[in-house]
Design a protein around this ligand. Structure first.
Ligand code: SF4
Length: 460
């Protein structure tokens, strides 16, 4: 078994029976489940809205090259710089060059999964630059030296008591502060950082091609501060996040907020179309947009998996997934967890190393059911399995076992060889991994075939 698969299995084995973990996740997911219907109530016809969203993303992805060039041409006209990064290292090189040119020592950063892909904070730290997360959930995770647990709610697995203890430990606050008091502590610490930061880094929820802008969605106002307060604003965004028109936001903003947090619309929605103009009083002096590929064009080239690029990172499929709820976000060992993470990670990284995620699914289809852009997630997981087999990312033992099974299934005479006790011994002895998570298999003494014949004989 590959190292990643072995780690995944080991972590899952520990996490799945952890009742305290389940209690916290169930508590937070119950709150999410309670509010989503309120968000959905704003759509006169939600089925049509989702179909339309899928259609718009289909159009955007099928014409991705043109959309991105249009975006680049439009935003460049207003003074922004667009940089294309094929790999994570390319993106990091560009960021470092900008930091060095600005003699940057402190960065304020808003929530961005693309920067998690780059392991940006660690990289900056290695170069003597402090990068401070300003989203409260991300700030909590950074204090605890943990990656985000969930793509929308990074600290979902922590209770308010856990956070109070963490703040007491790392910031010296009283150990029993309320959530409101904890937020004020974070706010005060972060405000200081905004005044020191030379650069602000944000992600983008959408790239708007026709006006040449990026759209940011958030609930705390920290994204706005991160892009507007420091003199330089860097945006790092996956190149699939494109929408053809600014008018599409009328659909995508409420869709994202409904499926992401259950809100009708998120508190702060900003469109940034370039650095500060001469007659404007605030905003950054310079703006850079880094369009990140990092494996996305592998997905684009794959006709089956391409539709996973429609994802708007709402997190709904994570919340709906029985596997995610049992094993938790960190067990996946990837930037993107849950069903969408299991679909895209083998293509963003290596199929051979990450194919095991395609099996982290009950194939119940709940992920597909809840996806606002109707990505066929559970079928894509099956496609990944098929691709892994076709590319021979399987062991000799596995291939031989399936050949044997296939022949047995095709030939009744092979199935009838030996008594049930022998079959039980064989399966329980050789299929060790199955046995770890299940009761031993006991074949009946008589096969169905024997019982059928006996019945037929009785009936004359
Ligand atoms: S795959 Fe669909 S449900 Fe999952 S995060 Fe993306 S948009 Fe949301």
């Amino acid at each position: 078994m590959k190292e990643q698969a072995a780690t995944f299995t080991a972590k899952s084995t520990v996490k799945a029976p952890d009742r305290e973990h389940r209690r916290k996740i169930n508590f937070n997911m119950a709150r999410y489940n309670a509010v989503v219907p309120q968000g959905k109530s704003q759509f006169a016809n939600l089925v049509n809205a989702r179909e339309r969203a899928k259609n718009i993303k289909w159009q955007a992805i099928e014409t991705l090259d043109k959309q991105l060039e249009t975006f680049e041409a439009n935003i460049t006209k207003r003074g922004a710089n667009v940089l294309w990064a094929e790999t994570a290292d390319d993106a990091l090189d560009e960021i470092l060059k900008i930091c060095e040119a600005k003699r940057c020592r402190t960065i304020v950063k808003s929530k961005s999964m693309a920067t998690e892909e780059l392991h940006l904070n660690k990289f900056l730290q290695q170069h003597g630059i402090e990068s401070v997360e300003t989203d409260l959930g991300e700030y909590i995770q950074q204090l605890d030296d943990e990656p985000p647990y969930h793509i929308v709610t990074p600290a979902m697995h922590k209770s308010k008591e856990d956070v109070a203890r963490l703040f007491a430990d790392k910031l010296g606050t009283a150990p029993n502060l309320s959530p409101g008091e904890l937020t004020l502590v974070a706010r005060q610490k972060l405000r200081e950082k905004y005044t020191q930061a030379e650069i602000g880094i944000t992600g983008a929820n959408f790239i708007i091609a026709d006006i040449g802008g990026i759209a940011l969605t958030e609930n705390e106002g920290n994204g706005r501060l991160s892009c507007a307060w420091p003199k330089t604003h860097i945006v790092i965004v996956g190149l699939e996040k494109v929408l053809p028109s600014v008018n599409d936001l009328a659909l995508f903003w409420p869709l994202l907020s409904t499926f992401g947090t259950g809100q009708k619309v998120t508190s702060y929605n900003s469109i940034v179309t370039g650095p500060r103009k001469k007659d404007e009083v605030d905003g950054p002096e310079e703006m850079y947009v880094i369009l990140l590929d990092n494996g996305r064009t592998n997905i684009l080239a794959n006709e089956k998996t391409r539709e996973s690029l429609y994802c708007i990172r709402c997190g709904a499929c994570l919340n709906a997934c029985p596997v995610y709820k049992n094993i938790g976000g960190h067990t996946y060992g990837t930037t993107y967890s849950g069903p969408i993470g299991s679909v895209i990670t083998p293509h963003l990284k290596e199929m051979g190393d990450w194919k095991h995620l395609s099996y982290a699914s009950s194939l119940c289809g709940n992920c597909t059911e809840v996806c606002p852009v109707r990505i066929n997630l559970h079928e894509l997981l099956l496609d990944n399995r098929q691709e892994a087999v076709a590319e021979k990312h399987t062991s000799f033992g596995e291939r031989a076992a399936w050949q044997f099974w296939k022949q047995a299934m095709l030939h009744r005479s092979l199935m009838n060889i030996g008594p049930g006790s022998m079959k039980s011994w064989m399966v329980n002895t050789f299929v060790k991994e199955w046995k770890q998570g299940h009761d031993a298999i006991q074949f009946p003494k008589k096969s169905f075939n024997q019982l059928w014949r006996e019945q037929q004989n009785k009936n004359g």
